[in-house]
Write a protein that binds this ligand. Sequence first.
Ligand SMILES: C=C(NCc1c(COP(=O)(O)O)cnc(C)c1O)C(=O)O
Length: 359
Amino acid sequence: MPQILNNALEAVGNTPLIRLDKVAKLHGLKCNLLGKVEFMSAGGSVKDRIAKAMVEAAEKEGKLVPGKSVVIEPTSGNTGIGLAMACAIKGYSVIITLPNKMSLEKEAALRALGAEVVRTPTEAAWDSPQSHIGIARKLQKEIPYGIILDQYGNINNPLAHEITTGPEIIEAVKSTPSTSSRVSSQKVDVVVCGAGTGGTISGISRAMKKTHNKDCIVVGVDPDGSILAIPSSLNRKTEGDAYVVEGIGYDFIPDVLSRDPTDIDEWIKTNDTEAFDAVQALMRNEGLLVGGSSGSALSGTLKWLKRRKDIAETLGLNVVVILPDGIRNYMSKDWFLSRALHGEPTPLAQAIARVLQEP
Ligand SMILES: C=C(NCc1c(COP(=O)(O)O)cnc(C)c1O)C(=O)O
């Protein structure tokens, strides 16, 4: 039932699980393709959940002093936005270290929420003093009351997904009845999820396998250029290559990313073109204004399903794809504008032009 919330943090998560029937039909899928639409969270991304969880855990542990503490976090932007939102509400200062490749839209949102933003060289290795992690650590040493909550190692990152994102998905699937026109196994059979820190995929996997369906197949999506995929032979040809998609992939293995093969069953690699084409497919067919890594996740899902006809062609199996944020983080990016504004004129656009040329 709708009710008055105390603050925006109470509007974090509880995002919809939406059928992607048109995309499924375009690809000849018989299984259900379901998108977990995280841009509908208060701060606009899946990372709101861990920001709220890390701040509230730090408060419980007495690590944050209202009016004094300065939360410092290295981030590709969305965790920073979640932290800045939480700190604006709770009264903490925020410094975000943000690699140069990340969008201007994320920086603007961070500054609008009151955060200080320090840009860092994208090409700096994670353990370089010049990286977003290195600069955050330097600032923590020098800034009084500075504290790094550390999404790369903080157990509240994956735990937030184990206790919120995963159970939301399970509840949605279990509570939606199977009908003759919409057959459902009533179980989550497959989850496909991109990995940055790996908190989302690790936490969701534990929720699925511990409490719901030990046979749920969990597939990680890792961009060409990143080294998170297992086996590492998947990464060799492209390790270190630059990629445009934001939020997923790293040059190190974050502590919160499970390397247990019973947590993450398989990995699939994706590239920028596939990702951004998949974003356009989600917008044009499903009306979903998703961001680049959502395209990575969908393109990874479709590639994986091509190899798993046993899943793709079974009526009623539920394949869930995590869609982490929205296009409003990337509106000025060339990859988006070139597709949204400069595509081939449609027949309708040509008809409009003809009409408007008439005297
Ligand atoms: C690590 C951060 N983001 C993760 C992220 C991810 C990956 O989520 P992880 O739970 O970190 O693996 C996917 N897509 C987008 C758009 C993201 O922003 C960050 O915002 O600092």
